[in-house]
Design a binder for this molecule. Structure first.
Ligand SMILES: [Cu+2]
Length: 127
């Protein structure tokens, strides 16, 4: 139980680096394959995040987020792109908003599976 999730955050961090590298260079297929193998043998790992939505590409289902620290992933604050799952309604957010999101490792890729503007959270006490 206690050691359950140690491998996933490390894989996710490697993926994050791969994603960032891919923005200016070639993708890293080896890293993605290793992460896929790990993800398939464990329950899907999910991670809560929050940040400013900088860009929204609805046809390609991609968002660019300047996200806050994500300690569960070992990721510092940074700007990066995430793919958005088909189940997510991208029409609920617009560029420039502060958003909260959930990342799920799907086929070894950190994918947005929940996305909403922070200001619309009911009963929220912050922002
Ligand atoms: Cu990141």
């Amino acid at each position: 139980m206690r050691a359950r999730s140690t491998s996933i955050p490390f894989a996710a961090v490697a993926l994050c680096a791969a994603v960032m590298a891919a923005q200016g260079a070639e993708p890293a297929p080896a890293a993605a394959t290793a992460a896929t193998a790990k993800a398939s043998t464990a329950a899907p790992a999910t991670f809560q995040g929050r940040g400013k939505l900088l860009d929204l590409d609805v046809p390609d289902r991609l968002i660019t987020v300047d996200h806050d620290d994500m300690p569960s992933l070992g990721m510092p604050a940074m700007t990066m792109d995430f793919p958005v799952a088909a189940s997510v309604d991208m029409g609920t957010v617009t560029a420039g908003q502060t958003v909260s999101f959930v990342l799920t490792v799907i086929s070894g890729i950190l994918t947005v599976t929940e996305l909403r503007p922070v200001g619309n959270l009911q009963g929220g006490t912050k922002q």
